[in-house]
Ligand binder design. Sequence first.
Ligand SMILES: [Zn+2]
Length: 127
Amino acid sequence: MSEHKQLKASVLFNIGADTSQSIIEDLDAYCSVFAEPKKDAESRSVCIGCGQAFDGFRSMFGLGVAQEWGMAHGEAFCSGCGYPSRGIHYIKDRDGEDLLTLRNVYLQYLPDESRKSHEADRAKEAL
Ligand SMILES: [Zn+2]
């Protein structure tokens, strides 16, 4: 149904032969709510909501789109279409131990994840 691929840890990280299977699984589990990032011909990240390339420099001049921080810590959104993403990641393993922290790595949620909140909004409007 979705044209967007679920993000795999191997896309985001250099996973070597010495990385344990359980760590790969824990990273994959964390990544599973995010979409695999799309790139344009100039290898800029492209918003999966509106298809425009994220370009913080151009956006300072009112051109194109950029990731902007939201009200919630670590949450961001596309300045063009509002598509939600997460920019700070505190990744824990299955036992709740800190695995790693990523900052300023913007991952857009899979459409299914954002659709849930849209549908909740629509249900409220229908009342
Ligand atoms: Zn967008």
